[in-house]
Design a protein around this ligand. Structure first.
Ligand SMILES: Nc1ncnc2c1ncn2[C@@H]1O[C@H](COP(=O)(O)OP(=O)(O)O)[C@@H](O)[C@H]1O
Ligand SMILES: [Mg+2]
Length: 328
């Protein structure tokens, strides 16, 4: 097995006053060592909930009801809480859209990074200080000695996100889950953070699960991508294949809704309808109520992910337009 992380048929529900919310409905994807895997989809498609489920940090009314999460071959859905504590931070680190919520406002950046280094190594005071400075330099923060003394609120959002990435590196994590890490940042800063992630993948060999609603971000950074809709993967494959020869009507709609596609003189093409609220499970293909190509079978039986063609085994789509048994 070569995968670092495999999410297999994951189901997550929330019990709410409005009823059961089916947030993740059979999601399957994997992240290989040293790769950046993108999980993309509109807001509400279950991307964040899937990440929380991987780390088993769902809120109390959320529950994994089926599926497996294999990390290094070990099923995290069955792990003891004490094992999960060792995995969180040490093996798998996570960064969020708003870094200020993850940093402690009352301690300096230096003390927060050094705490993590001390927690993971037996390094002396001096070596810890040295390593902290190195890490801040590695994430391209200017003047590391000054940043060490700074409190989080004295830094910009982009700098705070770099600090979060430095802390992930300090923990020695092999997998970084980055949930919309650039969504709150200016476009130029966004690009710098994405470049940093690409560089860390190259130099440190970090594997990254990058969550985004932005296909442009995927195009620039990801080796492979999974397109999520209603808590499932509807299309998956190498980024260039998925973005150049996208098959699923949902992926096609997402691409058509990109600003760059509209600038080429096309009408603003957004996907009609909206993401389902999760309060019921849609029979058949979850996209069928919004799909311009809907057929009878789509309303009845959920399509399975299948290879787009034998020469492209990695590129898979869950859509009856491409499955031989329905082609007439
Ligand atoms: N804490 C929660 N309680 C109840 N429902 C939730 C909670 N968090 C997310 N959901 C629901 O789960 C679904 C997936 O949400 P989410 O994973 O946040 O989407 P995404 O990250 O793709 O935008 C949505 O229908 C959302 O309303
Ligand atoms: Mg989200």
């Amino acid at each position: 097995m070569t995968e670092l992380l495999t999410v297999e048929n994951l189901h997550v529900v929330f019990q709410t006053y409005a009823g059961t919310v089916y947030a993740v409905n059979g999601m399957t994807f994997s992240v290989q060592p040293g790769e950046i895997f993108g999980l993309v989809g509109e807001s509400g498609c279950g991307k964040s909930v899937a990440c929380l489920a991987i780390l088993r940090i769902l809120p109390g009314h959320g529950r994994i009801t089926a599926g497996r999460v294999l990390f290094d071959g070990h099923d995290l859905t069955q792990a003891k809480e004490s094992e999960m504590q060792a995995i969180r931070g040490r093996q798998i680190a996570m960064i969020f859209q708003d870094p200020s919520t993850s940093l402690n406002p009352v301690f300096t950046v230096g003390s927060q990074i050094k705490r993590i280094i001390r927690h993971h190594t037996q390094a002396s005071r001096q070596a810890t200080e040295q390593r902290a400075l190195e890490l801040l330099d590695e994430v391209a923060l200017p003047d590391p000695p000054r940043i060490m003394q700074a409190y989080p609120h004295e830094l910009s959002g982009g700098m705070q996100q770099r600090v979060m990435i430095a802390m992930a590196l300090a923990s020695g994590a092999r997998l970084l889950i980055a949930d919309e890490p650039t969504t709150a940042l200016d476009v130029t800063i966004q690009n710098q953070i994405l470049e940093l992630l690409v560089e860390l993948r190259r130099h440190v060999g970090l594997s990254i699960l990058l969550i985004t609603h932005n296909l442009g971000v995927v195009a620039e950074t990801c080796d492979r991508v999974g397109v999520a809709y209603a808590g499932q993967i509807v299309e998956i494959g190498p980024t260039s294949e998925v973005l150049h020869t996208m098959k699923h009507p949902y992926t096609q709609g997402l691409l058509a809704a990109l600003p760059s596609a509209q600038q080429k003189g096309r009408d603003l093409l957004s996907i009609p309808g909206s993401v389902p609220n999760g309060l019921s499970v849609i029979p058949g293909c979850p996209f069928h109520p919004r799909c311009p190509h809907v057929m009878e079978v789509c309303r009845q039986t959920p399509p399975r992910l299948t290879a787009v063609n034998p020469g492209e085994a990695q590129h898979q789509v869950a859509c009856y337009l491409y499955s031989p048994e329905t082609a007439q």
